[in-house]
Design a protein around this ligand. Structure first.
Ligand code: UT7
Length: 341
């Protein structure tokens, strides 16, 4: 049986680092609070030339380089994002143009933080039908454009970035072994973001004009009623823990493996406490959970592919390793997947 296998990974992060110390000057918060409640120490903010599609395209180029796949050989581009620069064309079509993937068809999926794992399952279905295809699955966000920089409940959490994977077919037992994806629209009002496109205005500025990051220039609303991310944090936290545990139990069952067989957990990075809970419950030691939330915060759909790329380039993933990935996000959307590396 053919399975989707990751042949190359890439990521691209904006240059600018917004540390907890800098946030202390913007809202009433502290490095101690942010670090102890979330594990986040820094996040990247997109600057000139670092829009969602540009970061995605660079992550895609790096993944294609690693896979040894040319842009003309890509037949499908899927971008998981909730912060495309435009509503139309999609971020995926912008990426197609940027990298010259002239033989691909391209589209976005809006599944919030689960965007990449949703894309991976779609790619697997496509690979089973047409194993000669090469598919780009990308997760990318410009969340800094959609954060209310006066709301300490949310602005400390999110960041910008992109990750990509080139997917091909494998018949040797490697690849996506099992996938369990879910959504529940009834809980949508616990984490949402209404209307309009997402383009942090820095992206179109000359570097000389842009200067240092200043949230006031992102159009921060006076009345806090803009189209910004709104989240009932504690409720989302509880739901995220339960939903991830449930989907992980189901995907382990489907793959016929147990938590103790897992070599790496490469999860969505929303809160370090959620990840430690998950590891403890599965009996997976903390050093086997790949964590980079301290560097980038929550980049929604981008966290999983960025983490895959860093783990991969860091030489942590060995051929044959059993990897569990899982995500939870607005919608709600969530799920878990098992990959034989
Ligand atoms: O990726 C999509 C899915 N998202 C998630 O999975 C995120 C899930 N939620 C969380 O990670 C956590 O709920 C948060 C990190 C968002 C919040 O942590 P918490 O431990 O649930 O805190 P809380 O919301 O219960 O707030 C505790 C206190 C409150 O003060 P009072 O009411 O107890 O006086 C908040 O006002 O902490 C206060 N607070 C802050 N204090 C300093 C909230 N944000 C901040 C802040 N700095 N940035």
């Amino acid at each position: 049986m053919f399975r989707a296998v990751i042949e190359g990974t890439g990521s691209c992060l904006p240059e600018y680092k917004l540390t907890n110390d800098k946030l202390e000057k913007l809202v009433e918060t502290s490095d101690e609070w942010i670090t102890s409640r979330t594990g986040i120490g820094c996040r990247r903010i997109a600057g000139p030339g670092e829009g969602t599609s540009k970061l995605s395209a660079e992550a895609a180029r790096r993944a294609m380089d690693m896979a040894g796949v040319a842009a003309e050989d890509i037949s499908m581009i899927i971008v998981g994002t909730i912060t495309s620069e435009m509503t139309m064309p999609s971020c995926a079509c912008m990426v197609q143009k940027e990298i010259g993937a002239v033989n691909a068809y391209a589209f976005d999926i809006s599944a919030a933080c689960s965007g990449f794992i949703y894309g991976l399952e779609l790619a697997d279905k496509m690979i089973k039908a047409e194993p000669e295809k090469k598919i780009l699955v990308i997760g990318a966000e410009n969340l800094s454009a959609r954060v209310n920089w006066r709301d300490r409940n949310t602005c400390v959490l999110f960041g910008d970035g992109a990750g990509a994977a080139v997917i091909g077919a494998d018949e040797s037992g490697r690849g996506l072994l099992a996938s369990k994806l879910f959504s529940d629209g009834r809980l949508g009002d616990l984490l949402y973001m209404d209307s309009a496109p997402s383009m942090n205005p820095y992206i179109n500025m000359d570097p000389a004009e842009a200067g240092d990051f200043d949230p006031a220039r992102l159009g921060c609303p006076l009345d806090d009623e803009g189209s910004y991310i709104k989240m009932a944090g504690r409720e989302v936290f509880k739901n995220a823990v339960l939903a991830m545990e449930n989907s992980v139990d189901q995907v382990l069952d489907e793959a016929g493996v147990s938590g103790r067989d897992i070599d790496w957990i490469i999860p969505h990075q929303a809160n370090i406490r959620i990840l430690h809970n998950l590891g403890e419950r599965l009996g997976v030691p903390q050093e086997k959970i790949f964590i980079n939330i301290h560097k980038y915060g929550n980049t929604s759909a981008a966290t999983v592919p960025i983490a895959f790329d860093e783990a991969n380039r860091g030489g942590l993933l060995k051929s044959g390793d059993l990897i569990l990935t899982c995500a939870f996000g607005g919608g709600f959307t969530w799920g878990a997947e098992i990959i034989r590396w």
